[in-house]
Design a protein around this ligand. Structure first.
Ligand code: ATP
Ligand code: MG
Length: 447
C-alpha cells in the first residue's frame, strides 16, 4: 500500500470525522504534491458528512461555512485553517464557469470524477491508502496532464480549468495528453468567460512557475485570449544589433530569467507590450521602438485594471514597465536623478528586470550591459549609505526658507526648490543650508 505522511493535525481531523461515522479523505492537490515529494501548501479534506454535520462536529473550533454553495467548511485547527468539503457532484454549467446544481450525499468516486485532472483526482486515507480511480498516479509518473473524462466537456463546464491546466504544466513540467491538448487549444478563446477574481490568481501562479516559458510557448493561444495586447508580439521581428529573438521569444526569455515574484513576472510579461505599436524601420532596415516604455506603461495599466489587479501590484508593475529601458549612466549625478524618480524599495526590482531584459538580448552585447547595471547598482548603494540627497524632503532648505528670502508663492517656489535639488544632485552646490540659501538668493536676484 502506498503510504503518505499526513501531518498529525490532518490525521486527527480525519479520525474525528470517521469516529462520528463519516468516511473522510485527504484529497486533491495535497495528495498530488505528496506523490511528487513536494510539501503541500494546504491540506484539503473531503468527507461523507454534510455541511451542517461538519459545522456541528467542530463547533468548539469556530468553523466557518466558507463556500456555502460548494458546502466547504473551514475549520481552524491546531494553528492552521483546513477546508473540509462534503462529497459532491455538480451539473449544469450553463455559463461555463459555475455549476447550476451541486448535489451532496454522493460517493468518493463520484466526487473524484468532478475534479479537473487525473493528477488532482486522487484521495488518501491513512488506513485505506490511495484511492485513484482515474490513474492519476500513473499519469504523474509519466508526467502527463490528462482531464478526468472528456476534455472538451470538462473545459466547457468551467473555463478556468484551461488556465489551471497550463499552470500545472508550468509548475511540474508535465506534457499534455493529446486529447487534452487538442481541447485546450480548441477552447482557449473561451477562457475569457472566467471571472477576473478567479483568473488573476491562477495567472500569477502560472507566471511564477519554473516551467512558465515552455508552458506559455506551447499554449500562447490561451495567454493571448486573456491578453490580446500581446498577440502581435508573436513572430514580430526586431532587426537591431541588440536583439536576436522576435518580440514574443524575447518576452518569454525575459520572463523566465526574472525572479519569480508576481510584480517582476508581470512586468517581464508586459514590458514590451507596446513594441509592435511603436515599431518603425529606418532607411538601413533597422527596427526602432521609440516611446514603447511610456505606451507600454499605459497598456499595462489598462490590462491590470481589467484583470482587477490590486492597486499596489498594478502601480508597481506599471512603474517597472515605464522604467525598464532607462539606461542610467554609471555616474553619481545620473544615479541620483534615477533615485529621485524611483523609491529605494523598487530599485532592486528594477535592476532585476533590467538584467532579465539583457538576458533576452543579443549575447555579444550582454557583458557591457550587465556591467553598466552593476555599476549603477553599486552607486545606488553608495547613495543610500552616504544618505546623499535625492529628494526635496532631504534638501537642507524648505519652501518657507525660500519664501523668507523673497521667493514668490506658487509654481515659482516649486521650480526654485527643484532647481536647488538638481544642483545638489549634480554636485554643483552642497546640501548645506547656508550654501543653498546663498545660491537661491543669487538666482532670485538674477530673475
Ligand atoms: P494548489 O497546490 O495550487 O493548491 P490545487 O490542485 O490544490 O493546487 P486548489 O484550487 O486548492 O488547487 O483545488 C483543490 C482541488 O480541487 C484540486 O486539486 C482539484 O481536485 C479540485 N479543483 C479545483 N479547482 C477545480 C476546478 N476549477 N474544476 C475541477 N476541479 C477543481
Ligand atoms: Mg490546494
Amino acid at each position: 500500500m502506498t503510504e503518505l505522511k499526513l501531518p498529525t493535525a490532518v490525521g486527527q481531523l480525519i479520525e474525528r470525522l470517521e469516529r462520528a461515522g463519516f468516511e473522510t479523505y485527504a484529497v486533491g492537490g495535497c495528495v498530488r504534491d505528496c506523490l511528487l515529494s513536494r510539501t503541500p501548501e494546504d491540506w484539503d479534506l473531503c468527507t461523507a458528512a454534510l455541511p451542517e454535520q461538519i459545522l456541528a462536529l467542530f463547533a468548539e473550533y469556530g468553523p466557518i461555512p466558507t463556500g456555502l454553495s460548494h458546502g466547504t467548511v473551514t475549520v481552524p485547527f491546531d494553528g492552521t485553517a483546513y477546508e473540509i468539503t462534503p462529497f459532491r457532484t455538480e451539473s449544469g454549467y450553463a455559463d461555463g464557469r459555475h455549476p447550476d446544481r451541486v448535489l451532496f450525499g454522493c460517493t468518493l468516486e463520484e466526487d473524484l470524477a468532478r475534479r479537473d485532472f487525473t493528477v488532482n483526482a486522487m484521495a488518501y486515507h491513512p488506513l485505506r491508502g490511495l484511492i485513484d480511480p482515474f490513474g492519476g498516479r500513473q499519469d504523474l509518473k509519466a508526467r502527463l496532464l490528462r482531464c478526468v473524462g472528456d476534455p472538451s466537456r470538462r473545459f466547457g463546464e468551467d473555463a478556468l480549468r484551461l488556465l489551471r491546466g497550463v499552470r500545472f504544466l508550468a509548475l511540474f513540467g508535465l506534457t499534455v495528453e493529446p486529447d487534452t491538448a487538442a481541447a485546450l487549444h480548441e477552447l482557449a478563446p473561451t477562457v475569457v468567460r472566467t471571472a477576473p477574481e478567479r483568473l488573476l490568481p491562477e495567472l500569477l501562479k502560472l507566471l511564477c512557475a519554473p516551467h512558465a516559458e515552455t508552458a506559455l510557448s506551447e499554449f500562447s493561444d490561451l495567454l493571448f485570449a486573456i491578453l490580446p495586447e500581446l498577440a502581435a508580439q508573436k513572430d514580430f521581428p526586431q532587426n537591431t544589433p541588440h536583439h536576436y529573438l522576435d518580440i514574443w521569444r524575447h518576452t518569454l526569455a525575459v520572463l523566465s530569467t526574472s525572479p519569480p515574484t508576481p510584480a517582476l513576472r508581470l512586468a517581464a510579461l508586459l514590458h514590451d507590450v507596446a513594441k509592435p505599436l511603436c515599431a518603425t524601420v529606418d532607411a538601413e532596415g533597422i527596427s526602432h521602438f521609440k516611446g514603447h516604455p511610456v505606451r507600454g506603461a499605459e497598456a499595462a495599466d489598462a490590462i491590470l485594471r481589467r484583470l482587477r489587479c490590486s492597486n499596489t501590484l498594478r502601480e508597481r508593475v506599471v512603474s517597472l514597465v515605464l522604467l525598464h529601458d532607462e539606461r542610467t549612466k554609471p555616474t553619481l549625478p545620473a544615479v541620483r536623478r534615477l533615485m529621485a524618480r524611483v523609491p529605494p524599495s523598487m530599485l532592486e526590482e528594477l535592476f532585476a528586470l533590467q538584467r532579465a531584459d539583457v538576458a533576452g538580448q543579443a549575447p555579444d552585447r550582454r557583458p557591457e550591459k550587465l556591467a553598466r547595471i552593476s555599476a549603477v547598482e553599486a552607486l545606488s548603494r553608495q547613495v543610500l549609505e552616504r544618505e546623499l540627497c535625492c529628494s526635496l524632503a532631504q534638501l537642507a532648505v524648505s519652501g518657507d526658507d525660500l519664501l523668507a528670502l523673497g521667493s514668490s508663492r506658487g509654481p515659482a517656489l516649486g521650480t526654485l526648490l527643484n532647481r536647488l535639488l538638481e544642483a545638489v544632485m549634480d554636485e554643483q552646490v552642497e546640501n548645506d543650508r547656508e550654501a543653498l540659501l546663498r545660491q537661491a538668493a543669487l538666482w532670485l536676484s538674477e530673475s
